[in-house]
Ligand binder design. Structure first.
Ligand code: ADP
Ligand code: MG
Length: 707
């Protein structure tokens, strides 16, 4: 709690609302605690009798804290979280409430799954969905205006076992990478590590604007981004200016935000430093990929809730404002043993460094081989305005390693086929592999996938999306390559030379993915094309990668997705794209017809009246200013109306299309979204010509600078 002088005791506050290890140890009988820990650490299934005891302790703890309800908190394929609240109230006895929470209710819930997307899975199997407790992610209390709710992180599946959520495949992919990484570690003599975790720290960017302005913009309310908005006289070059004026309000918000997140055990450190006006970032300390993904969902949810409390609106959209930097999520990813060894930390001895180079090579190959899947994992409608649109990062997947590391790999590659010499090269390489300074390796901010000293930073991830899919792809792709490498090393006669041969081969075959230059430049686009790297510019083109033969082979082999699950996701993603564009187009049409046209007509009428009035009073005077303005307004209004009618027609046409869903999504992209751009041109033009007090919604100036 904040004490008298408003200071927060971080140690006391942190995790206050989490049913964490400390609470479990305190409240559970020793044998139950041990059994639960085994489930959490080693994935051993939980005994139902243990679950009963845990559930009861959880309930007592939650009720003592003031909770009345619990919910199975899950992540359906919409990418946001879902909850169905149930009260702890069980029966009434002699007028008194009896609370109950059984192990069964803890372990399994049965939400009505019909309103969540299933991509045909439920229809195919005619089964309901159910949620299963994920004991590896702590239950926590969520506090909002409605009180405290015990949130139990769960996976969400169909009765037939198909995953209907984002968590299940993520957990499966973590299994896969742990298994393959352990094989490599054993080969390098590590006999003690029991598990390898993918670790993730997601930096979250967002915009904060005044809520009163927000509520006056249908586009922000319905679509999360502005569909109109003329450029303000000042853009993002004036970050210094905006910083001064919004400091207090934003600082207050951030303080409150930190506090809320800390209570839920989310280790955040906030930052204020984003490029665009009104843009900010929050970054937690990294955790295992599953927990980091859960926590990122809670962060997004809490950002919105706390903003609301401060009469602010938090925009998580990838591109809320045209002409201003968009938002992303930097997914920092690494591998760590349960003993805490970071596998991407260059080592101190040649032996350790050889292991490092094997893991590094595995990522190089994985990113090159599965670049299209990585791209697909970062695709959503909002990100189409960001990736490849003259902004960070480009849509081409490439990898930044820095000159030092690239040089070492080149040396290894250039060993000339003589086995002895090759081995020397590897040794030279690893002997001279200095500790890589973490920050200075990250000189390149334009790379979509950068090695930053002891982790990788995948920067394409959309700001509003769950980070589950990018990590599912990363984990599985790297697991696959590690598996291939382990196969070879396990069968090798001479381990050292096989290590060397593998690194050399991977560098030779996959170095096209390595690029240390300016990822925003036009030259890179051409160079990437020469190298045969794909430049997948939009979501619709990115989605089919999920169901390519390569993808199906990869994911089914590692038990991460079945083919049915992949096809379901393919459908859902295309449907989602169509829905988003549809809502945007309808909002745009609505704004034109109900807001812009009436405003401009009024303005035109008043100018016409002015012309008449002036002519009446002073017939000899030339009324050129009004006359020219009137002509220009009327001309642009006519064009706006014409484009809007065409947009309506395109939208109708796209809806009428009854064929393949992919082709339908293409229509929404090429006909509808394209037409929206023309409508916007005239809307924005008219905005610049009209009294700002009469324009029907707040300007960019107000949204971005008057926070
Ligand atoms: P920046 O990218 O701004 O330089 P940092 O390097 O400090 O910032 O960290 C960015 C994010 O990367 C943080 O969330 C941090 O916890 C995370 N991170 C650091 N080390 C690892 C790791 N080994 N695995 C995953 N994420 C990590
Ligand atoms: Mg970063």
């Amino acid at each position: 709690m904040a004490n008298g002088n408003g200071k927060i005791d971080l140690k006391q506050v942190f995790g206050e609302n989490v049913f964490n290890d400390e609470v479990m140890r305190e409240r559970l009988p020793k044998n139950v605690y041990k059994a639960l820990r085994k489930t959490m650490d080693e994935g051993v299934p939980l005994d139902p009798s243990v679950a009963d005891v845990v559930a009861n302790a959880m309930k007592d703890w939650a009720i003592e804290k003031g909770a009345t309800h619990y919910t199975h908190w899950f992540q359906p394929m919409t990418g946001i979280t879902a909850e169905k609240h149930e009260s702890f109230l069980n029966t009434i006895s002699e007028g008194r409430a009896i609370t109950e929470f059984s192990g069964k209710s803890l372990i399994k819930g049965e939400p009505d799954a019909s309103s969540f997307p299933s991509g045909g899975i439920r229809a195919t199997f005619e089964a309901r969905g159910y949620t299963v407790w994920d004991a590896t992610s702590y239950a926590f209390l969520k506090e909002d205006e409605g009180g405290l709710t015990l949130c139990i992180p769960t996976a969400f599946c169909a009765y037939t076992g198909e995953a209907l959520d984002k968590k299940t495949p993520l957990l499966r992919s973590m299994e896969a990478i742990s298994k393959q990484a352990l094989r490599i570690l054993r080969l390098f003599g590590n006999t003690t590590a029991k598990r390898v975790f993918a670790t993730v720290g997601a930096e979250q960017e967002y915009f904060l604007i005044d809520k009163d302005y927000y509520l006056k913009r249908k586009d922000l309310v319905f679509t999360g981004r502005t569909l109109f908005g003329a450029k303000p006289p000042k853009g993002q070059e004036l970050e210094d200016h905006y910083f001064g004026s919004l400091k207090d309000r934003v600082a207050n918000f951030m303080k409150d935000l930190d506090y809320e997140l800390w209570k839920m055990g989310i280790p955040v450190k906030t930052k204020h430093n984003e490029v665009a006006p009104a843009q900010h970032e929050i970054a937690p300390i990294f955790e295992n990929a599953n927990i980091a993904t859960d926590h990122n969902q809670v962060i997004m949810d809490t950002l919105k809730r706390v903003a609301n409390r401060h009469n602010l609106a938090c925009l998580l959209h990838e591109k809320p404002f045209a002409g201003v930097n968009g938002s992303g999520k930097h997914n920092n990813w690494s591998l760590s043993t349960n003993e805490g060894q970071n596998l991407f930390e260059p080592g101190k001895t040649p032996h350790e460094n050889a292991q490092f180079l094997i893991f590094l090579s595995a990522v190089i190959k994985a990113v090159d081989e599965y670049a299209e899947l990585l791209r697909a994992s970062a695709a959503n409608t909002g990100n189409d305005h960001r990736l490849g649109a003259n902004e960070a990062p480009p849509a081409i997947v490439s990898m930044f390693l820095g000159d030092q590391l690239t040089g070492i790999l080149e040396n290894i590659e250039n060993g000339n086929g003589n086995e002895k010499r090759e081995r020397e090269y590897l040794r030279i390489g690893v002997n001279t592999l200095p500790p890589l300074p973490k920050d200075s390796t990250d000189r390149n901010r334009t790379s979509p996938f950068a090695f930053t000293g002891n982790k990788f930073e995948f920067r394409m991830v959309p700001s509003s999306a769950s980070i589950a899919n990018p990590n599912v792809v990363l984990n599985t792709a790297v697991a696959e390559v590690l598996g291939e490498i382990a196969d070879r090393l396990e069968g090798a006669e001479d381990f050292d030379s096989e290590v060397n041969a593998i690194v050399k081969e991977i560098v030779k075959n996959h170095k096209r993915i390595i690029f240390n230059g300016d990822g925003y430049s036009d030259e890179w686009v051409k160079e990437a094309e020469r190298r045969g790297l794909k430049n997948i510019k939009n979501t619709v083109d990115a989605i089919p990668a999920w169901i390519s033969d390569k993808s199906i082979k990869l994911f089914t082999k590692h038990g991460v997705f079945t083919e049915v699950e992949l096809r379901a996701r393919y459908e859902i993603k295309l449907e989602e794209y169509i829905k988003h564009i549809n809502i945007e187009a309808r909002t745009m049409i609505d704004m034109v017809k109900k807001q812009i046209i009436p405003t401009v007509v009024d303005e035109i009428t008043s100018i016409a009246n002015s012309i008449n009035a002036v002519k009446m009073v002073m017939p000899d005077l030339e009324v050129t200013t009004q006359a020219e303005l009137l002509r220009e307004l009327q001309t642009n209004l006519n064009l706006l109306k014409k484009e809007t009618f065409e947009l309506e027609a395109e939208l109708e046409g796209a809806h009428r299309f009854n064929g393949d869903i992919f082709e339908k999504a293409c229509l929404f992209r090429d006909k509808v979204a394209e037409k929206m751009k023309s409508v916007r041109v005239y809307g924005d033009k008219l905005e610049t010509m009209i009294d700002e007090n009469k324009w029907p919604f707040p300007s960019y100036e107000k949204l971005l600078f008057y926070v």
